[in-house]
Ligand binder design. Structure first.
Ligand code: LLP
Length: 416
């Protein structure tokens, strides 16, 4: 149990909760910068690009911060594209992934001049060729190849097996590349894969890499030159006691296996840049001790952070203030106010809790706010960025009017 109140950088989290209430997301600028730089340092002087996966946390200020330190971006929608541009990111630093890009999205991305598309199916390749040639553009592409390796992570975030919807099968890839060489508006630049998220072991990455390199060699023999190899994101973080590979060890192993192939390396990290840079602050509303279970009802819920409900994810829960010595430690299920049994943020936690206590759900910087919703008409939480001893609101708490914007009552006649 900690002896002093929790801080992020030099800010006491109580001060943030006093100023902005709970629930509330709080991120550390220094932690984000440091995590991003661990990738650029590990890349060293090998040619490469670190393309932050915007889906992990797409707040404009965070994208701005990353753009300012030279990050490239991996996007999966027009909305994410707009966010990066609005945050000051350069279009030529953007790559576009995702299985369901629409014609409109393709056209817009070509018009603003993004760097490349990660194409996920043969049908998409044909559509991109049409959209590009109709508009007088050339689309630089990689095929996202599914290397059929087991990432050994939660099934919902495992993407590189044959049965997953992502990418083209590695056996089909050479013939699709061959077709791509003759399609108008298409210029082959790379090979891409992404096998899953929250990987805590490097071996699936390296197995995928070996398969990608064999494919690149095969393509080269067929006269198709690949300039870049994009290995996707997926490096895990410590939520509890996981020991993921260090970024530098992973990238060193990758560089070593390239041999004398002249390949620019690309990575699409999301979680490992932002997860451990953020916390979700919440307050205990009521305690409901019982014969069978003890429930602590807090003011944050599954609409604020879906990860525990959706993936049975475990995130640490710490009290902001040292526990009072006269409060008994009990085993609590820490649950939200939403009318669903699946609405919990933590289960079976041994804690000394009192109503009114403030808690921090740790490792909440990735896939937290971005997956939040208005379920039960709950406004989404504000987001605060800590910088040294300062903190800035980077997104306001959503108001009731924000939530109903765009809804229309029927006329009195129509409502009869
Ligand atoms: N690139 C592609 C094509 C992806 O699909 C993803 C994540 C990434 C990069 C970034 O992966 P990361 O470095 O963050 O692992 N909501 C889930 C995670 C879903 C990941 C989806 N794709 C969670 O909360 O655990």
């Amino acid at each position: 149990m900690q002896a002093t109140p929790l801080t992020l950088e030099n800010v006491e989290l109580n001060a943030v909760a006093d100023a902005h209430g709970t629930p509330c997301y709080v991120y550390s600028k220094a932690a984000i910068v440091e995590a991003y730089q661990s990738y650029t340092q590990a890349l060293g002087d090998h040619p490469g690009k670190i393309c932050y996966a915007v889906k992990a946390n797409s707040n404009l200020a965070i994208l701005q911060l990353l753009a300012n330190i030279g990050s490239h971006f991996d996007i999966v929608s027009m909305g994410e594209l707009e966010r990066v541009l609005r945050a000051g990111g350069a279009p030529e630093n953007i790559i576009y992934s995702g299985v369901g890009k629409t014609r409109g999205e393709m056209h817009y991305a070509l018009k603003v001049g993004i760097a490349a598309f990660n194409v996920e199916s043969e049908a998409e390749l044909h559509q991109l060729s049409e959209v590009a040639s109709e508009g007088g553009f050339t689309a630089d592409i990689s095929l996202r190849v599914n290397p059929d390796v087991d990432a050994k992570t939660h099934p919902y975030i495992s993407t590189g097996l044959k049965e997953n919807k992502f990418g083209v099968g590695i056996k089909e890839a050479p013939s699709i590349y061959a077709k791509a060489t003759s399609l108008p508006g298409i210029n082959i630049v790379g090979v891409d894969c992404h096998i899953g998220s929250q990987l805590t072991d490097a071996s699936p990455f390296l197995d995928a890499l070996d398969r990608m390199l064999a494919l690149i060699d095969e393509l080269s023999e067929a006269g198709i030159t690949i300039k870049h190899l994009d290995l996707g994101g997926g490096l895990g973080v410590t939520y509890r006691d996981e020991v993921p590979p260090k970024v530098s060890d992973y990238l060193d192993a990758v560089k070593e296996r390239l041999g004398d192939r002249d390949l620019l390396l690309m990575f699409e990290p999301g979680r490992s840049i932002v997860a451990n840079a953020g916390v979700l602050l919440t307050e205990v509303l009521y305690l409901k001790p019982g014969d069978h279970k003890n429930f602590a009802i807090i003011d944050a819920a599954m609409n604020d952070n879906l990860r525990p409900s959706l993936y049975q994810a475990w995130q640490n829960l710490l009290p902001l203030n040292p526990a009072k010595s006269d409060v008994e430690i009990k085993t609590w299920d820490v649950v939200g106010p939403i009318c669903e049994t699946g609405d919990f943020l933590a289960k079976d936690r041994d804690m000394a809790l009192t109503a009114g206590d403030r808690l921090a759900l740790m490792s909440s910087g990735a896939y937290g706010f971005v997956m939040s919703s208005n379920y039960n008409t709950r406004g989404r939480a504000p987001e605060i960025l800590v910088d040294g001893d300062q903190f800035h609101v980077i997104r306001e708490r959503e108001s009731f009017d924000d939530m109903i914007r765009g809804e229309h009552l029927l006329s009195s006649e129509e409502a009869k």
